[in-house]
Design a protein. Structure first.
Length: 378
């Protein structure tokens, strides 16, 4: 299989295996189903061919509004349906901002901060689900599509009546809906991996923020992280709404009375609920990261405020200690002849001794009142 081909066409037969087709199909599959995957640029340039293949295999073409949705690189995750097919758009992570921005025809945005923040850039993947055809529209890189297609081609053929025990990639999907849910599950796994990397980075920043003697300077990167987390939260909310709509639509499906068809529908519902749980796990973790970041920032300013208060308290105590000494020095600096001790030989030493004793007494008093004690964070 060519790496990242513009169009990938697979004929999947759960009992016989998967094989790659060289051209768009012109008739319904005698067994199994077709998976037609391409990029948005290919769909736009070969739309007539794709519509003709869908008409020949399914007896129905894509609605114009759905074609516009599949070609829109800025569309959020959502679910829609017609009487003949279902449409699900799900945003996935891309390797960087350049592919998504180039696909949208926009100027790429330079995101600051560590490399993990530059990965929080998403691009929609569209799925048009027919009875015997799954049409998927991917970003320009096509890495996820090619990797999963290679796994399907390498999978061993199995009997679909044997069940689904084992690895998700070891058995062929039983239906286009099953294939779509497996592909979306791979997308969610990418968000789970990003969650771990982002957690490590934010934990490092939190440790720096809570060091009282460290001057934190990565405020631009921290602000970018907060904005990226907010963006990721919005993406997860759209993903969750789309999958919830899909689950509600799946509950209205009516399967045949055959036990195998009922089992397949039950497994689709189980896989959909598991996928929704994964998305909710990512969203919950993103909320927790946002709260931890905000808490760390507030604790940082609280620590800095306490440190400033300690410094001002020490300066105030020193000022209070030297204030009576300045008073004594000011009195003996007056231009009067009749001042005590001014004409005595030991007068200077008596004045100095009294000033030292007064300073020591005030220092001891303030120390016992813990005005000069260090704070715990120091």
């Amino acid at each position: 299989m060519t790496q990242n081909p513009p169009v990938c066409i697979l004929h999947l037969q759960p009992g016989s295996g998967a094989r790659e087709l060289a051209a768009l199909p012109s008739a319904p599959p005698p067994q199994g189903f077709y998976w037609i995957s391409c990029t948005r640029a290919v769909l736009q340039s070969r739309l007539a061919e794709v519509q003709a293949a869908l008409q020949a295999c399914c007896g129905q073409q894509l609605v114009d509004l759905h074609v516009s949705d599949l070609l829109n690189a800025q569309l959020p995750s959502h679910y829609d349906y017609t009487a003949h097919y279902d449409l699900l758009v799900f945003r996935r992570l891309v390797a960087g901002q350049e592919p998504a921005a180039a696909a949208a025809g926009a100027r790429p945005v330079r995101r600051g901060g560590p490399p993990v923040l530059r990965r929080i850039d998403t691009s929609p993947v569209g799925f048009a689900l027919f009875d015997q055809v799954l049409l998927s529209i991917h970003p320009e890189d096509g890495a996820m599509r090619s990797a999963y297609a290679a796994r399907l081609l390498a999978a061993q053929p199995t009997d679909p009546r044997e069940g689904r025990a084992g690895n998700a990639g070891a058995r062929l999907p039983d239906s286009p809906a099953d294939l779509m849910l497996r592909a979306i599950n791979l997308i969610v796994d990418g968000f789970l991996e990003l969650r771990r990397e982002l957690s490590r980075q934010l934990d490092h920043w939190q440790a720096e923020l809570l060091r009282p003697r460290t001057r934190f300077t990565n405020w631009g990167a921290l602000l970018a992280a907060r904005l990226a987390l907010h963006e990721l939260d919005d993406v997860c909310e759209d993903q969750r709404s789309a999958i919830q709509d899909w689950i509600e639509a799946l509950e209205t499906w009516q399967a045949d009375e055959h036990a195998l068809a009922l089992r397949e529908l039950d497994l689709l519902q189980v896989r959909s609920r598991d996928l929704l749980e994964h998305i909710e796990r990512v969203a919950h973790h993103v909320h927790r990261l946002e709260q931890n970041t905000e808490t760390a920032v507030q604790m940082h300013f609280s620590v800095q405020s306490n440190r400033t208060n300690d410094i001002m308290r020490t300066l105030t105590v020193l000022t209070a200690v030297f204030l009576p000494l300045n008073l004594i020095a000011g009195i003996f600096g007056m231009n009067f002849d009749a001042l005590p001790l001014i004409h005595q030989q030991n007068g200077f030493w008596w004045a100095m001794a009294s000033m030292v004793l007064m300073a020591l007494a005030l220092t001891l008093l303030f120390w016992r009142k813990r005005y000069l004690a260090r704070s715990a964070q120091d």
